[in-house]
Structures are given as structure tokens and as C-alpha cells.
Design a protein around this ligand. Structure first.
Ligand SMILES: [Zn+2]
Length: 570
């Protein structure tokens, strides 16, 4: 039995995520976790909400709530939606947890002891009206380059010129609009990533099994220009983890918090601590400390491509720099972007289908199947309602759903609701078993390699093979001349339903549970031997004809939804 630690990139707290976010990390991570569990391996699957930083503060202010209360409420909402999408996290944590406070302060202390933190004096814009320092992108003004009057302090959106806030003409606070701004001196801590370049390069060099795309992004950041830069890890904000070194105060850093990019990935570890706290006897260190049992853990991270630099360099710099025996990532699976109907999904503009809206119109399995079978792996992919309708109607309703419905109804009408006993398997059945064996071994290979689309294609082909068998065996014809032969065909087909339930569970867990329930079995054993697996349900075993597994999407529904989601979210 292998041990798999699996994490999904942690979603930001300020709002409900869209389907593009879902397919870029959480959903494929869930697919992999479910598959590894089905194969009998030990899995710890973690995700959390990323709760610190200015956007959370501003969203809370807009909602008229204290930020801690806002985050608690949004976390509960995201956890509920994740649950309804059947994301099988062992724990869905919070980066604002006491565990993460403690661990982030611990890492900062270790890095400081190792001489990897330095203090930098900076000039930063302070807003007297807002009573706070303003992050660069919360200062607006006129661009000195093109005259655009809504340029931000970090960049002009109109001419794309990189700016410093002090470059702006007539600067104002983007929060209050106040022009009562002044430049003040403030001190921040920097992580000396530049000093870790050789160590990080050597570590990346060991990752010959990673996609070139991933390692080339890391090497570019490590070596281009002046190479990897030191990075600020503190901010002048109220909401966040107070700057400390371990348990001790950090002189000169009073009232400051760690920068969200520093504490968010540490939550991957802290989340395991939260999981331990919530489950008696659960030992998180055997997943994360290589000196405490984690040396045989395989750690896989799932994320969108924009998160790659961060997970290949910044977080490893924190871990390596601590000089302690923490587990480093073994494999990074990254994704391109999913686009929406001719444009981009956009949280800020409310464009596309959001997770809560999706579940209002259809159950999770419909979305899971479409998203995973169209995952943006080698390039960006696009959601269109036509494609969604076609894929659901064909794969789920016509192929899988129809197979289940047809054979259970036929059996009920001719043999009753029990697995028939007569007849033996012949060459046609042997051929099907051979085909399925080849395909199931291929499916396992693709799933193991996290090739999501290839896995979906193979699973679809496995469903199709059953349909083709049924079509050619045609027990409804056979029954007239040779009822015993028909009984053997039906027995095999009923067993195929159980087999499909087991194989399909990582993609469509609810339908899988329905299939098992209607077959009245709890046998979820993996088909290592396909011939054996097709004899799980013995003659005389009772079953029930299930309700329709997947309803077809009508043209009217499609047009209705297309219209409903054509604008922006309220
Ligand atoms: Zn400009």
C-alpha cells in the first residue's frame, strides 16, 4: 500500500469560485484522490481557504462585516459547495487557523535563525483618511505615460507600463478616493531567496519526471536577468498573522502581519494539523515530517499554471531554508485555463457559471464529467453550452445510462429482479473480457499518470464496449430461441453495471453510488482480474431497476441556460 499526500491550490476567500477555478485544481485533485483510495492506497487529501490580504479586508468592508466574521461565513459557504460537488477532502481548512499562525511564525523564526531574512526600509504610501498604508494596486491616478486617469500604482491597464505609486499624477486612494496621501518610511522583512538559488536549482535538477513546461518556468525565474529575487514577507495590515519569530516578538515589526503569499502555502502543512485536531488519533506529522514517517509519502500538488512559480520556488525556499525535515513536493500537475463561451471566466466581472449556480441547474456528476473530460491540459479549453449538452446526452445518457436501464429492465421482464442462473459464457463474452482487460489496464495507467482527458476517453470506451456487446449479443432476440444463452448474457451485463460503478466512481461518484445501490452490493473491489470481477453478483442475487441515471438536456433547457448566463452575475 502506497501513501499519497494530495493538495489542491487553495481558493481565495472572497467569493464563490467559477467552473474554471474548479477544473484547474480541486476537481482533478479529487479525481486522483478517489482513484488512489479505490486502489486501496492510503490518502490524505487537503484543501483550505486562503483568507488573508487586502482583497479579503475590502470585501468584508463592502459586505459591512468584520473581516474575521466575513471569512468564517465565506469559508462555510465554500465548504458546503465543495461538499455538494463531492470534493472528497479529508480536511478543508483555513489559512487563518491557529495552526497556521503558529507554523508560519515558526518558519519565519527558523529562516531568520538561518540568516535568510533581512530587514528593508521602504517608502510606502499612507492614506490619512483610510488610516492605513495602501498596497500599490490600491492607489489610482493619471498615468504619466499615456494620460489614462484610472492607472493603478503598480501598472497602467491602458498602456501596460509598469509604474511606482509615486509616478502617478494626482494619486488617490482606490478605497476611499481620498487624495490626502503621504509617503512614509516603513520597515519590512525580506526572504533572501537569491541566496538559495543554487540549492533550488539543484532540487529542480532532480525533477526529470516533471513536464518541461513546469521546470522551464522554474528555471526562467531562477536564472533570467539577475536571477531569483528576494521577496518581502510582511505587510502593514491589520488582518493576517502577526509577525513573530516562533513564540517571540520581533522587535521593530510590531503591528505588522505576514504577507499572504508567505503564509498561504504553509497552510498546506497547517491544514494537516487542523485535520489531526479534528480527528482523534490522526497523526499529521507522519504525512509531513520525513523524520517522522513521511519519507515514504508521495506528495502531489494540483494547480493552475499561474501558480507554478510560486510552488516550484517560493514555498520550497521556505521549506528548504528552515533546515528541518519537511516533505517537499514530488510531482506538480498544472493546468491551462478553461474559457467560457467565446471569452474568459471572470470572477471580478461575474462572467461564466459559478459553482453554486451550476448545482442549481444540474447535479454535480453532469459537471464533473464534462469538466474532467474537457480538462485544459495541453492547452486552454472552452466551455460552450452546445458541447456540454452533446457530451452529457451522448456519454452519460445514451451510453452509460441507457446501458444500465436497458439491461435491468429486460432482466426484470424475462427473469425477474434477480441475477439469472442458466447458461455459460462463450467466445463473445471471452472477447469482451479481453477487450475490457486491455482498456482497464490503460485506464489505470492514465489515471496513475494524472492524464485526465485520456482517462476520461478510456472510461468512455469501456462504457461503449459494454453497449456494443449488448447490441451484438441482443439477449432480447436470443431469448426466443435459447433462453439459457440469454440468461448468461444478462448475468454478464448486470455484473458490468457493478464494474462500471467501481471504475467510474472517481469521475461520477453519485451515479456510481446509485448503480451499486440498485445492484444491492457493497462490493467495490477493483477489477484486477476482469473475469473474476464479472462474477461478483452471483446467480439469484437480487437487484432493483434504478431510476433514470442521467436525464438528457433538452434544446429548450440549453437555450434557457445560455440566455441566463450570457450576462454578468447580479
Ligand atoms: Zn498608461
Amino acid at each position: 500500500m502506497a501513501r499519497h499526500l494530495i493538495t489542491s491550490a487553495i481558493p481565495y476567500i472572497n467569493g464563490i469560485k467559477h467552473l474554471g477555478n474548479l477544473v484547474g485544481s480541486q476537481l482533478p485533485a479529487d479525481l486522483f484522490a478517489r482513484f488512489q483510495r479505490a486502489r486501496g492506497h492510503e490518502v490524505l487529501f487537503l484543501c483550505a481557504t486562503d483568507e488573508h490580504g487586502t482583497p479579503a479586508e475590502l470585501a468584508a468592508a463592502k459586505a459591512g462585516q468584520p473581516v474575521a466574521e466575513f471569512c468564517a461565513e465565506m469559508h462555510a459557504i465554500q465548504a458546503d459547495i465543495a461538499n455538494r460537488f463531492r470534493l472528497s477532502f479529508d480536511h478543508f481548512g483555513r489559512s487563518s487557523s491557529p495552526e497556521n499562525h503558529k507554523l508560519t511564525q515558526h518558519f519565519a523564526g527558523r529562516l531568520n535563525d538561518a540568516g535568510l531574512i533581512r530587514e528593508v526600509s521602504e517608502k510606502q504610501v499612507y492614506s490619512n483618511a483610510d488610516g492605513r498604508f495602501l498596497p500599490d494596486r490600491y492607489i489610482e491616478g493619471t498615468c504619466p505615460n499615456c494620460g489614462y486617469d484610472k492607472a493603478r500604482g503598480d501598472q497602467c491597464e491602458n498602456c501596460t507600463k509598469q509604474l511606482d505609486p509615486t509616478d502617478l499624477i494626482e494619486p488617490r486612494s482606490a478605497i476611499s478616493g481620498s487624495t490626502d496621501l503621504e509617503v512614509r518610511e516603513t520597515k519590512h522583512l525580506y526572504l533572501c531567496q537569491s541566496g538559495m538559488r543554487d540549492q533550488l536549482n539543484a532540487w529542480i535538477d532532480t525533477k526529470s519526471d516533471w513536464p518541461i513546461l513546469t521546470t522551464s518556468i522554474a528555471r526562467k525565474w531562477l536564472n533570467d536577468g539577475d536571477g531569483l529575487q528576494d521577496r518581502g514577507i510582511t505587510r502593514d495590515l491589520d488582518w493576517g498573522i502577526p509577525v513573530k519569530q516562533g513564540d517571540a516578538d520581533w522587535p521593530g515589526m510590531e503591528g505588522k502581519v505576514f504577507y499572504v503569499w508567505f503564509d498561504a502555502p504553509i497552510e498546506y502543512i497547517a491544514c494537516a494539523g487542523e485535520w489531526s485536531a479534528a480527528n482523534e488519533g490522526a497523526d499529521w506529522e507522519r504525512w509531513w515530517r520525513t523524520d517522522k514517517g513521511a519519507d515514504n509519502v508521495r506528495y502531489t500538488q494540483f494547480m493552475g499554471k499561474d501558480n507554478v512559480p510560486f510552488h516550484t520556488l517560493s514555498f520550497p525556499a521556505t521549506i528548504l531554508g528552515s533546515g528541518e525535515d519537511w516533505k517537499l513536493v514530488d510531482y506538480i500537475k498544472s493546468f491551462n485555463y478553461l474559457n467560457y463561451d467565446g471569452g474568459q471566466f471572470s470572477t471580478s466581472q461575474g462572467r461564466g457559471v459559478f459553482m453554486d449556480q451550476a448545482l442549481e441547474i444540474l447535479p454535480a456528476d453532469y459537471w464533473r464529467w464534462w469538466l474532467l473530460s474537457h480538462a485544459p491540459e495541453s492547452s486552454d479549453s472552452e466551455f460552450t453550452w452546445e458541447n456540454f449538452q452533446a457530451s452529457v446526452n451522448k456519454d452519460l445518457a445514451d451510453v452509460l445510462g441507457n446501458f444500465v436501464s436497458r439491461i435491468t429492465k429486460f432482466c426484470r421482464s424475462k427473469f425477474g429482479e434477480t441475477v439469472p442462473e442458466a447458461g455459460t459464457f462463450g467466445p463473445e463474452e471471452e472477447a469482451l473480457i479481453a477487450t475490457l482487460t486491455t482498456r482497464i489496464r490503460a485506464y489505470e495507467g492514465h489515471m496513475e499518470a494524472m492524464e485526465v482527458r485520456k482517462s476520461a476517453n478510456e472510461l468512455r470506451a469501456i462504457w461503449v464496449a459494454g453497449n456494443e456487446y449488448l447490441q451484438s449479443a441482443a439477449p432480447w432476440s436470443t431469448f426466443k430461441e435459447d433462453p439459457d444463452r440469454a440468461a448468461a448474457q444478462v448475468r454478464l451485463a448486470l455484473n458490468l453495471i457493478r464494474l462500471y460503478a467501481v471504475l467510474s466512481e472517481p469521475f461520477i461518484p453519485d451515479a456510481s453510488a446509485s448503480m451499486l445501490a440498485s445492484m444491492q452490493t457493497t462490493d467495490t473491489s477493483w477489477p484486477d482480474d476482469v473475469a473474476d470481477a464479472l462474477q461478483s453478483l452471483k446467480p439469484g442475487h437480487a437487484f432493483t431497476v434504478p431510476d433514470v441515471l442521467f436525464a438528457k438536456i433538452t434544446d429548450e433547457q440549453r437555450e434557457d441556460w445560455q440566455e441566463r448566463f450570457s450576462g454578468v452575475r447580479d
